[in-house]
Structures are given as C-alpha cells and as structure tokens.
Design a binder for this molecule. Structure first.
Ligand code: SAH
Length: 377
C-alpha cells in the first residue's frame, strides 16, 4: 500500500491564455524534479487576478483540487528564493508561483521545488508542515467504565504515550499496537510535559495522561504554561475528578457551593493554603481536600481540621474516600471532629460538609435549598 498524503501545494503563475495542458505538464515536471507524486497535491495556488484564468481553472479541475488565490500585496510579503523584477513590474509582487505555494501551504511550510518555467507558465511546489497532535487525556479515577469515549479515541490514536507509570499501566490495553510508551516517576512532571510537547512538535500524535481530570492538580497546566504549541493540534479531554468520584460514592455532598483545596505544600507555601482553608471555612463552602496526607506530610490535615472547626460544628459530616473506583476502594462518612486522620493516605479524598450538609439514610447530602413537599417543618 502506498499512502500519498495531500501535503503539497503547487504554486502557478501564467500569462493570459496559457493552456491547461501546458500548466499540467509544467506541474508534472516540477513534481518529477522533486520526486513527488501528483496525488499528493492538495491545491493549486496563484494570484487573484488569475482566479478566472481558463487554463488554470481547468488544470485545477483536472487534478481534482481547489484553486486558491491571493492578492499581490499578500504574495509580496512572502520571502522567496527567486524573486523577479519583471513580475513585480507587471503584477505588483516579485513572485507568484513560489509565494502562492508557500502562502497556501501555511505556517512552517517548506518550498520543495523552486520555480520552474515553460513558455507561458511558472510552477513551484511547497510542502505543508507536519502538524503533530498533543492530546491531554484524563483517565478518571481508575475504572475503565469511567473512561469516556473521547479519552479512548485519543488513546487509540496516540503514537506516543507519556505519563506516570501506574496510570499508563492501567490503560496499556487501550493503546494501539506499536505505541511508544514513556513512563516517568513522580516529581518528573516538567520532564513529562517537555517530552510530550517535543514529540508533538516533531509531528507525532502524542497523549499525555493524568488520573482524574488532567486539568485539576495535574499535567494540563505545566503542559500549557511552557507555551510553544502553536504548530501542534491540541486536544484536551476532560475526565471525572476525584471530587466527583468521591461525591458519587458518598451521596450528594457537592450539591451546593463548594471548592477544592490541595493540602500539599510542595508547590504552594503552607501560609497560602492555610489562608484559603480559613476563607473557605468562613464562607461556608463544602471543601474537598486533595492530597490530604502522605507519609512525609502528616500534620497538614490536622491543622486544616482545626481551622475548619473554628467555623463549623464538630458533628459536620466528612466523607473519606480512598482509591475510588479501584480494587482497594474504601468509603466512610464520619464527623469533622471525629474522623481518624491516620486512615487518610495519598489516595484519599476528604470532603468536608458545609453548615447545611446532613447525613440522610447513611448518605451525605448538601441540600439545594428546595422545600420538599410532604417534609415536616
Ligand atoms: N488530577 C487528579 C488529582 C491529582 S492530585 C484528579 O482530577 O482526580 C492527587 C490527589 O487526588 C490524591 O492525593 C487524592 O486526594 C485524589 N485522588 C486521585 N485519585 C483518587 C481516587 N481514585 N480516589 C480518591 N482520591 C483520589
């Protein structure tokens, strides 16, 4: 099988009355000079005063491609290897064939065959720049059943998959055969993003993956922060974040205004985090705590609890969900004063209720505020 991508633009200049046969023969000569295939031509390009030139229109028809034209002013902006003072004097731009080919081929295009000429025409060939693709793919909490079709499609398309080892392991069976897998350890987030961006810039189809939602305490921000993705098709696939997963497993704790706070002080000073907890507590938000505790960070959760207790009663409901939608899943509803911080790990999400949050039939509910018919006052 020979695949001919529609990656070439033939720029053509011609005198009035140039025939289609001459133009096509010249384009074929140019293709031959570059070792290129006619079926890869995606469009003919020229100057707009030639938009209705019969030979040119017929040549495009024959090739089955559109004829795209540009003004002299647009063409004059393009730097070309073979400008001509004669052409400049006649049509107002020093190049038609080379400039139109480059302009139609878009940013990053390369002139692969310089201007060739016949009696009444000129032709040059430009190649459209390879555009890589970077998909920022959310994997959800852990169960395949919570991986949306958009994420599956992005994974199936990826030639290169970049991510944290255990997450990549969990989606290996969804990758296409031969996909290149690059795994990184925790702490190598910036390297992960740079590598994914570099592969995409070189033309590969890349998936950078994160658990939960990739935009929430994850890789989307460092990947986008660096910039430099202008020549890459970017695709961001949303997912189910830990707060959603933990909420679904415990009832409806996020039914009214809520916020998320990460307790890790590795990238944010603790003073800032403490200030946010106090503000959220005072504003009576339901608060979802991400990164609540790890072996090395074992005191922040108790301090957060103490701040929240300054604004909320001790019996405020708290959801503790570990490894949501994974084999090791643990779900508990407890109280703000009473929950056991020791049972909280790196894979736990803690949801602290607001002053309105209640436990109904063993489920944590933050009311919307409706007056329910038949409810006793
Ligand atoms: N991007 C992820 C969050 C990364 S921060 C997301 O959107 O879910 C890591 C924190 O997320 C963990 O410390 C834990 O608090 C929470 N978390 C991630 N996956 C979880 C799961 N399956 N169960 C419970 N909490 C989880």
């Amino acid at each position: 099988v020979l695949y001919r991508p529609p990656s070439l633009i033939a720029g053509v200049g011609c005198s009035r009355g140039a025939g289609a046969a001459e133009i096509l023969a010249l384009v074929d000569d140019a293709l031959r000079a570059g070792g290129l295939a006619r079926t890869s031509i995606a469009a003919l390009a020229s100057i707009d005063v030639k938009a209705g030139e019969p030979g040119l229109v017929e040549a495009a028809d024959d090739l089955g491609v559109p004829l795209r034209t540009f003004s002299a002013a647009q063409l004059a902006q393009i730097e070309v290897p073979n400008p001509s003072a004669v052409v400049q004097a006649v049509v107002g731009t020093p190049s038609v064939a080379e400039a139109a080919a480059l302009l139609a081929a878009g940013s990053g295009a390369e002139l692969v065959v310089v201007k060739q000429r016949s009696a009444m025409a000129t032709a040059a060939i430009a190649r459209v720049a390879v555009r890589g693709r970077l998909a920022l793919v959310s994997l959800g909490p852990g169960d395949d059943a919570l991986l949306p079709p958009l994420a599956r499609a992005a994974l199936a398309r990826a030639e290169v998959v970049v991510g944290y080892e255990p997450y990549v392991g969990s989606i290996r069976h969804l990758l296409r055969p031969g996909a290149r897998i690059e795994t990184y350890a925790l702490g190598e987030e910036v390297d992960r993003c740079r590598s994914a961006a570099a592969h995409a810039a070189a033309g590969a189809s890349v998936a950078l993956v994160s658990s939960g939602d990739i935009g929430i305490y994850a890789m989307a921000s460092p990947a986008l922060e660096e910039g430099g993705l202008d020549n890459v098709d970017l695709d961001i696939v949303p997912g189910i974040t830990a707060a959603n997963a933990a909420a679904a497993l415990t009832g409806s704790p996020l039914g009214h205004d809520h916020c998320a706070i990460s307790l890790t002080d590795l990238l944010t000073p603790w003073d800032v985090i403490r200030g946010r907890i106090a503000a959220a507590a005072a504003a009576d938000f339901v608060v979802t705590l991400y990164n609540p505790r790890s072996r090395a960070r074992d005191w922040q959760l108790d301090e957060a609890r103490a701040i929240l207790l300054e604004h909320r009663p001790p019996e405020t409901p708290v959801a503790l969900v570990s490894d949501a939608y994974r084999p090791a899943q643990r779900v508990a509803i407890d109280t703000l004063a009473g929950f056991d911080a020791e049972a909280v790990t790196m894979t736990t999400t803690v949801i602290v209720g607001s002053s309105q949050t209640r436990v109904v039939d063993g489920r944590m509910v933050t009311p919307r505020g409706y007056v329910l018919a038949g409810t006793a006052a």
